[in-house]
Design a protein around this ligand. Structure first.
Ligand code: NAD
Ligand code: USQ
Length: 383
């Protein structure tokens, strides 16, 4: 298939582009490289050294003989985007290209406005480009489990059937997200659902949980293919971040009481889910929603796991409960979400085990000189 991977220079997008390319798909990466500019803004960076996008695709060609196309530009530049659609004629558009950090979106007004305009308007442009230039193209859009929030009832895959005064209707599942970033995904979902109903577009919304792990078999083929590994308080995500903290002897930063429970997924399963979604498109006019996570954990459970593995490797890992910079439920709250759609398409989940944590820890230890401890607690507060 001809597949565009928008955001293909990022943490999820790069290994996905490699995986789809290895499977024989004709992949074009679209990215404006803003994530690398945000590293400069935050004076942060990846634990792993990452090559430039040009070096990455050249290395992929050298090592595998396969070509990945690259188009540098912004989804919010419609002239650029429509040119890409006219040239590539995509059959699937995999959309990772958003500002994806909740703390970044909560820094101040400018960052909230940037996040929502970048994400919501970027996706709106993609919907128009599909309508105008590739009406059969399947939009495979990354949403997030955090769109749902932490309701006290089971989380379904996208929709909820409600009975009211003896009558029944099925709606998009009610959402109570926890940041301006997570809200941008809810706004996207509403726009995509509308475009499907009005224009007959086919789309899949993948509500992904927090991704952990860094490496895939493809990124391991050459050092220039290495994936990024965020650890700072703004872009680092729970498990990978705890592992980086353990590697440098920093106490693991559990926010508040640590009962916050979320869905998690190994990056090895992320790339497979994207393949399954692309190769099994829904009918025109349909917004299919799939919850893309494999297990759920509380932050306390993750910290305990990292401590056990780190201590087993001879480190003395400690856990600290910090004042929570976020406003969220941190008691032992209810969290029960359905995730059967991707499994029924053929996903065989990689469950979190000590070996995986140990391998991320080895990677962090090998690069510990690149971890700036002053960036570990740089999250803004939500107030
Ligand atoms: P990332 O920041 O590493 O990558 C995003 C990429 O998109 C970057 O390379 C960036 O330069 C590019 N980009 C951003 N805005 C763009 C625009 N307007 N035009 C073109 N390119 C643009 O993020 P990631 O961790 O790879 O996440 C990818 C997607 O998956 C995001 O939509 C995110 O919300 C979603 N997601 C991520 C996680 C996670 O744990 N990382 C979990 C659930 C969902
Ligand atoms: N947390 C801590 N200590 C830390 C970091 C995080 O206790 O040092 C807690 C947070 O308070 C939160 C939970 O861990 O309750 C998860 O935080 P996170 O930073 O790992 O994840 P989040 O902000 O939700 O965002 C990440 C990605 C985002 C994606 C989301 C999936 O950055 O792109 O959408 O995971 S989900 O959480 O399912 O919405």
């Amino acid at each position: 298939m001809r597949i565009i991977v928008a955001g293909g220079d990022g943490f999820c997008g790069w290994p996905t582009a490699l995986y789809l390319s290895e499977l024989g798909h004709d992949v074009t990466i679209v990215d404006n490289l803003v994530r690398r500019k945000i590293d400069v803004e935050l004076m942060s960076g990846s634990v792993t050294p990452i090559a430039t996008l040009d070096e990455r695709v050249a290395a992929w060609r050298e090592v595998t003989g396969r070509t990945i196309g690259v188009r540098i530009g912004d989804l919010n530049d419609y002239e650029f985007l429509s040119g890409v659609f006219r040239d590539v004629k995509p059959e699937a558009f995999v959309h990772f290209a958003e500002q994806r950090s909740a703390p970044y979106s909560m820094i101040d007004r400018e960052h909230a406005v940037y996040t929502q305009s970048n994400n919501v308007l970027g996706t709106l442009n993609v919907l128009y480009a599909i309508k105008e230039y590739a009406p059969d193209c399947h939009l495979v859009k990354l949403g997030t489990m955090g769109e749902y929030g932490t309701p006290n009832i089971d989380i379904e895959e996208g929709y909820l059937t409600v009975e009211h005064k003896g009558r029944q209707e099925t709606f998009l599942y009610p959402k109570t997200p926890g940041s301006f970033y997570h809200l941008s995904k809810v706004h996207d979902t509403n726009n995509i659902y509308f475009a499907c109903r009005m224009w007959g577009i086919r789309a899949t919304d993948l509500n992904q949980g927090v991704v952990y792990n860094v490496r895939t078999p493809q990124t391991e083929l050459d050092p220039r293919l290495a994936n990024r590994f965020d650890y700072d308080g703004i872009f680092g995500t729970a498990l990978d971040r705890f592992v980086a903290q353990a590697a440098v002897g920093h106490p693991l930063t559990v926010y508040g009481r640590g009962g916050q429970t979320r869905g998690y997924i190994n990056i090895l399963d992320t790339v497979r889910c994207l393949q399954l979604a692309c190769e099994n498109p829904p009918e025109p006019g349909k917004l299919r929603v799939m919850n893309q996570f494999t297990q759920w954990f509380s932050v306390n459970q993750l910290a305990q796991t990292v401590k056990r593995v780190g201590d087993g490797m001879g480190l003395d890992v400690t856990i600290e409960h910090l004042d929570n910079p976020r406003i969220e439920r941190e008691d032992d709250h209810y969290f029960h979400a359905v995730n059967t759609s991707l499994i029924s398409l053929g996903l065989e989940p990689h469950m979190l085990d000590d070996q995986t944590v140990a391998s991320i820890l080895e990677l962090a230890i090998a690069n510990r000189d690149r971890i700036n401890q002053s960036l570990i607690c740089n999250s803004p507060t939500w107030k």
